[in-house]
Design a protein around this ligand. Structure first.
Ligand code: NAP
Length: 315
């Protein structure tokens, strides 16, 4: 079968012919519908992921949706989503296990996979970790990426009273406004903490959704309201941040780490189905840029460069 294979750390995958994987007990073989290209794939491919990287060469890609064509665990023809494809999802076929789940029929695979790793991170950070409730004010950092775009919409749908989007890219910040942000803050060399406070009329947010870490998170900690919940789910702006104890302790902040992989399967499945229902109702939107499998390396390079949309690979 054809697959996108990483041969050298830090370089894009190459499309090769590789043997088809064989499902073990409780596993099923699926045929690719759509696979997501995510920052985690780039981190794994460059040896920068905290969870480690497979031995070279390996088939790239963590998440995918496909139809079951063999094995057990799911009925033949079932439409299954996995965030842990074996050996990788950027391939004509891959193996899914008991951590995977069936998705409702009726949505296209590109949308459903866009709401996978990226969608779940944005949604779960808001609804499951921060437990945003009506009346909460919410700051979304990295509100120019797919995770951020979903987080803005999740906060709106969960009844937040004020949602502020912070990011660098002007066009994607404008899109954040169209998706429901009440105000935007540009992340540049200026005083970000003051800009955030001003965007919340001086009070600071009750909830911070943070895919960035680094200096933007440190500024958000300074601006956050008393007892704010701060959910970190990535480090796009840096692996380290200097936080003042006086700000964290003095305001009684709760800083929570989020990984989709730590969330029980049924919670992920239900959140995924709920996002799809909102998308069907026209209440949740994701910009998608599809690439055929043969051009997976281009999608990979677009993710490295900073994508303008969710990058999805199809057959
Ligand atoms: N914990 C989890 O389970 C989980 C799941 C999915 C994703 N994530 C993480 O969440 C983050 C966002 O993912 P995504 O899918 O939304 O990625 P994406 O669409 O590629 O967006 C990347 C975001 O990072 C911002 N960014 C990159 N470098 C930056 C810097 N130096 N300073 C400030 N902002 C910077 C970009 O801002 P501009 O566009 O404005 O430049 C953009 O908002 C990634 O770190 C990813 O690893 C975590």
């Amino acid at each position: 079968m054809r697959a996108a294979v990483i041969h050298t750390q830090g370089e894009p995958p190459r499309i090769d012919d590789v043997p088809e994987p064989e499902p073990g007990t409780g596993q099923a073989l699926v045929e690719l519908g759509a696979a997501g290209v995510n920052p985690i794939d780039i981190a794994i491919g460059s040896g920068r992921f905290y969870g480690g990287s497979p031995d070279l060469p390996y088939v790239a890609g963590r998440e995918g949706i496909g139809r079951v064509v063999g094995g057990d665990g799911f009925l033949p023809g079932a439409r299954v989503y996995t965030g842990r494809a074996e050996p990788g999802s950027l391939a004509e076929r891959f193996v899914v296990d008991a951590d995977s789940y069936e998705l409702p029929e009726g949505d296209d695979d590109e949308l459903a996979v866009a709401l996978g790793i990226a969608g779940l991170a944005g949604w779960l950070a808001v609804a499951y970790q921060a437990q945003v409730r009506p009346g909460d004010s919410v700051l979304v950092l990295g509100a120019t990426g797919t995770v951020g775009h979903v987080a803005i919409q999740a906060a709106r749908l969960e009844g937040a009273s004020r949602v502020v989007a912070a990011g660098r890219n002007a066009a994607r910040l404008q899109r954040a406004s169209e998706l429901g942000a009440d105000a935007t803050v540009t992340i540049d060399d200026g005083d970000l903490a003051t800009a955030i406070r001003d965007a919340f009329d001086g009070d600071g947010p009750d909830v911070v959704i943070d895919p960035l870490w680094g200096p933007p998170l440190a500024a958000a900690i300074e601006a956050a309201a008393r007892f704010a919940r701060v959910v970190n789910l990535g480090q796009s702006a840096g692996a380290d941040a200097t936080l003042r104890s006086g700000a964290v302790r003095g305001k009684g902040l709760r800083v929570l780490g989020h990984s989709n992989y730590d969330v029980p399967r049924d919670v992920r499945r239900d959140a995924h189905a709920r996002m799809l229902a909102h998308a069907r109702a026209g209440e949740l939107h994701v910009q998608i840029e599809p690439y055929p499998l043969e051009r997976a390396a281009e999608a990979w390079q677009a993710q490295v460069a900073g994508p303008a949309a969710k990058l999805v690979v199809t057959r």
